[in-house]
Every structure is written in structure tokens, then in C-alpha cells.
Design a protein around this ligand. Structure first.
Ligand SMILES: C[S@@+](CC[C@H](N)C(=O)[O-])C[C@H]1O[C@@H](n2cnc3c(N)ncnc32)[C@H](O)[C@@H]1O
Length: 249
């Protein structure tokens, strides 16, 4: 039997009897301005590569991690979404956004800043989000594969944006990790098929593998335009890359 948990705060949960946990969080009382969003993107990062401490990859990670801490985001992945937003304008004011693989919550926070209080952001993850988020953000605790089966029933339709930053726990087995990433992308696309409005936008992280082209083709067939995007804030050595679908048919 699957159980629905409704969380009225990150620490309180009530069993309801179906899919996943839903969590509403208190307002943080502050919201980033457009100026701050631009600041997210314009801070220089070139100089970090010249320091003579640790590996370049570690310096890179440390730089973005420190910056995320300073700017009150729970993860450095926020800068990848910020770059995508700057280039492709995925999220508009008032949008309804679904964020798959949302923990620890930096994309949720950034997306809520982009929609403004007139929009809503719903996140889903295996792991509960404990970060304090604006009042227009809700989170569900659950597995995307379960959500896929009854998505509309569990969370409703009519999203303008579906984001997926989901990643499998990596094992170092490039082939296996690639297969698991592809499976998560398939699940994200199935959810987008069901819940995204015509004209809607889709962003999905994938580990490049043999299935990469097949996934690009699937996105191409469902959207007016498909883009492949590697953010600067994503390590060059990482096989992650983002597929963007614009204008759902
Ligand atoms: C890179 S993290 C996401 C970071 C997030 N975008 C942020 O900025 O805070 C990837 C997330 O995918 C989630 N995930 C992996 N498999 C999942 C699944 N089957 N269903 C739901 N979430 C999943 C993981 O629990 C993890 O929190």
C-alpha cells in the first residue's frame, strides 16, 4: 500500500492514505529581486581556477558551494538553473512550476523568485526538503516512478514549466549510471506529457550516454524547439547536460 503524507511544516506529517508527502513551508520573508538574479549570473568565477590549492574540480565545486551558502541557496545547482533561465527564459511571472528531484531546494527557491508570489512551485523528491521556502512552494515526498502512474490525480494538471534535476545515486559504473539517468528522464518526460500545458517548457538533466540521442529525439518530437545546454557552472568533466524543450505541442 502507498501512503500520502501531508506536511504542514517540515517537521509535521499526517498520514492520509495514498501517494506521497506534501509539505507547505513558511514564508522566508525575503524574496530576491531581479537585480539579485542578475548578480547570480554576473559574478566572476575565472580567478578560482588560478589558485594553487587542491584539484581544479574541487576548487570549482568549493567556489560555487561557498557562493550558494553566501547567497542563501541550499545547493550550488541553483547557478545551473539561473544560467538556463538567463538564456532561455524558461520561467515567467505567475507560472505554475513542477520541479522533479527538488531536494535540497535551491531550484525551488530560485523558481519561486522567478514566478513571484502570483505563481506556484511544486517539488517532488525521494528526500524531504527542510529548507525554509516562500509560501507559494509546496513539496511532495515520493518516487517519480509512482507519481508517473497517477500524476494528474496526485498533483493536478496545468503546469507551464516542468523541471527535472533528478540524478541517480552514482556508482562509478558509467554505463549503469547512464541507464539510470535515462530512466529518470523518461519518467520526467512522461510526467511532462501528462501535466504540461500546450506551449509549456521542459528542462531535464541527463547524463550523456548511448541513450542521449534517443532522449533528444523524444523531446524534439513533443516540443517546437529542443536545445542542449551545458551551463558554465556545471563541471566540464561531469557528463551531466540539460535538454530543454520549448513550446509543448
Ligand atoms: C542533484 S539533486 C537535485 C538538486 C535540486 N535541483 C536543488 O537545486 O536543490 C537530485 C535529486 O534527485 C532526486 N531523485 C533521484 N531519484 C529520484 C526519484 N526516483 N524520484 C524522485 N526524486 C529522485 C534525489 O533524491 C536528489 O535529491
Amino acid at each position: 500500500m502507498i501512503t500520502i503524507l501531508v506536511c504542514v511544516s517540515p517537521r509535521e506529517t499526517t498520514a492520509l492514505g495514498a501517494f506521497v508527502g506534501i509539505s507547505g513551508q513558511r514564508p522566508t520573508g525575503t524574496r530576491a529581486t531581479g537585480q539579485r538574479v542578475n548578480a547570480l549570473l554576473t559574478q566572476p568565477h575565472n580567478n578560482i581556477m588560478n589558485r594553487n590549492k587542491g584539484s581544479k574540480a574541487n576548487q570549482w565545486q568549493d567556489h560555487y558551494t561557498r557562493r550558494a551558502q553566501k547567497e542563501n541557496y541550499p545547493a550550488r545547482s541553483v547557478y545551473k538553473l539561473a544560467e538556463i533561465q538567463q538564456k532561455h527564459r524558461i520561467i515567467a511571472k505567475g507560472d505554475r512550476v513542477l520541479d522533479l528531484g527538488c531536494a535540497p531546494g535551491s531550484w525551488l527557491k530560485y523558481a519561486a523568485e522567478q514566478t513571484g508570489p502570483g505563481g506556484t512551485v511544486l517539488g517532488v523528491d525521494l528526500t524531504p526538503v527542510t529548507e525554509r521556502l516562500p509560501s507559494n512552494v509546496r513539496t511532495l515526498v515520493g518516487d517519480i516512478h509512482q507519481l508517473r502512474a497517477n500524476a494528474a490525480e496526485a498533483i493536478g494538471q496545468g503546469f507551464q514549466v516542468v523541471l527535472s534535476d533528478m540524478a541517480p545515486s552514482t556508482t562509478g559504473d558509467r554505463f549503469g549510471d547512464g541507464v539510470r539517468s535515462f530512466e529518470l528522464c523518461q519518467a520526467a518526460l512522461a510526467v511532462a506529457d501528462e501535466l504540461l500545458q500546450p506551449g509549456g517548457r521542459f528542462v531535464c538533466k541527463i547524463f550523456q550516454s548511448e541513450d542521449f540521442k534517443a532522449f533528444c529525439d523524444q523531446v524534439k518530437s513533443r516540443f517546437d524547439r529542443m536545445h542542449i545546454f551545458k551551463p558554465q557552472s556545471s563541471r566540464k568533466a561531469s557528463r551531466e547536460i540539460f535538454i530543454i524543450g520549448l513550446g509543448k505541442k
